[in-house]
Design a protein around this ligand. Structure first.
Ligand code: SME
Length: 149
């Protein structure tokens, strides 16, 4: 599944669209093609502020359009610069709930010139759905996205 999606990601990043619309298409592709991805979005560092701002996403609208560094899974990744895989969101005390249907989450930081400038965030309604293959694939997605930012 992931191997089939890689060339589709590249065709989006290489396409003649705005960056915003490319990111939107990537979110929609991942949400529609990967059964355990129920919400897919990008967050980016908000200027000089120690907070993340929601960018393009696919899935239900969320109230959490601004997330301070350190808060929730996303805010922790903004500071740790590391992938964060959460097999069971209920087991996390520093977690921001977006929807009661969400069971698991994965957040992978996005680096431009080695600087953590944002992240891709996936929510899943399936318990414990993520493997190393998700991490590797999402690192690839962010690597390709970094080239067009
Ligand atoms: N659950 C995230 C907040 C963002 S929503 O999943 C869209 C967190 O704990 O940071």
């Amino acid at each position: 599944m992931f191997d089939d999606l890689r060339p589709l990601i590249n065709s989006i990043t290489d396409s003649n669209n705005t960056t915003e619309s490319k990111l939107q298409k990537i979110c929609e592709l991942l949400k529609s093609e990967i059964p355990h991805y129920d919400w897919v979005g990008f967050y980016f560092k908000n200027g000089d502020k120690k907070e993340l701002k929601l960018g393009p996403y696919a899935g239900e609208p969320t109230d959490h359009t601004i997330i301070p560094f350190g808060k929730g899974i996303c805010g922790q990744v903004a500071e740790s610069n590391k992938n964060f895989v959460v097999p069971d969101v209920q087991a996390q005390d520093n977690y921001i709930a977006c929807s009661i249907t969400v069971k698991a989450e994965i957040v992978v930081p996005l680096f431009v010139n080695e600087e953590n400038i944002g992240q891709i965030d996936i929510d899943s309604n399936t318990p414990n759905p993520f493997t190393k293959a998700d991490e590797t694939f999402l690192e690839f997605v962010n690597f390709e996205v970094a080239k067009i930012l």
